[in-house]
Design a protein around this ligand. Sequence first.
Ligand SMILES: Cc1cc2nc3c(=O)[nH]c(=O)nc-3n(C[C@H](O)[C@H](O)[C@H](O)COP(=O)(O)OP(=O)(O)OC[C@H]3O[C@@H](n4cnc5c(N)ncnc54)[C@H](O)[C@@H]3O)c2cc1C
Ligand code: FES
Length: 285
Amino acid sequence: MAAERPIAPFGRRLCRVGESHATGGYRIFSLIDEVGPEPAPGQFYMLTAAGDWEGAGGRPFLPRAISVARTSGRKGAVRLDFLIDVVGPGTGRLAGLVHGDGCHLAGPFGQGFSMPKQLNPDAAGAILVGGGIGIAPLAMQRRALTGRGVASRTLLGFRDRAHSGGVEELFGCEETRLAFEDGSSGHTGYVTDLLLRMLDGDDSGRGVVYSCGPPAMLEAVRRICADYSVPVELALESPMACGYGACFGCAVPLVRGGYMRLCVDGPVVRGDEIASAMAGEAGAG
Ligand SMILES: Cc1cc2nc3c(=O)[nH]c(=O)nc-3n(C[C@H](O)[C@H](O)[C@H](O)COP(=O)(O)OP(=O)(O)OC[C@H]3O[C@@H](n4cnc5c(N)ncnc54)[C@H](O)[C@@H]3O)c2cc1C
Ligand code: FES
């Protein structure tokens, strides 16, 4: 966890959708943010579609937390790309936005990923381990590493084709290894099998791992990295209602005692800070 908390601009702002298209079983859509700061890899936004954002009884949904997967453009008019997996009404509405539609956005929120030398002064490179929709923040981190000349290898895992997407578009094909649980491509099984194989063949004392994905996968990554004494940063998820640290809906227990609010002190946490990556698993806000 970095020493200083990044402060998101207060309040939400109305942005326009630049484009929206399907990528495998997911969807990518972009918002043009003309006011906010450029986000760091691992940060996220709270999004609310400007129209059609209520349930059957007319009660409005809470904003939904979505990681930024890619940025482009200059500061002051940054294009933000989001990768969406439709799992319920909020992500369904966001995935249905088309060019010119309005979307309220607040953020960027939270602590992003560190650079490898901050985690391990001897680091010679990084391994990124993503699962499902968790590949989104890793795509940003990979570009940041490449931009700084840091070597990285990427391992991505999916349940099946229907729950995958964005790989070619966000990562390119180089140095990306895939695992599908149903065997539709790459390794048949879990992405953590690939991580184990890589750490076995590596000088693991010179590595760091960044990971984002479903809680069970993150917990497996946390344990593997602890066994190999490799520093790891995990981007966790938990139900989030506000994003500003006010509601405590996103609190997760810490190894040293007490709690951290994932929206302001995470969502990226060091593996040795938490007892389990399953702690934030719960229903949505
Ligand atoms: C920091 C952060 C970054 C995220 N980034 C992305 C992203 O880039 N792309 C994306 O598609 N989604 C992302 N999510 C997940 C997304 O915010 C939630 O899945 C959201 O609640 C979906 O809203 P919904 O109305 O579609 O579904 P809901 O009706 O809210 O939920 C559908 C199902 O998912 C479960 N669920 C919902 N939210 C969570 C959660 N946070 N943790 C565990 N289970 C949950 C619910 O229990 C329910 O079973 C992120 C979440 C967080 C906290
Ligand atoms: S989402 Fe409200 S305190 Fe974190």
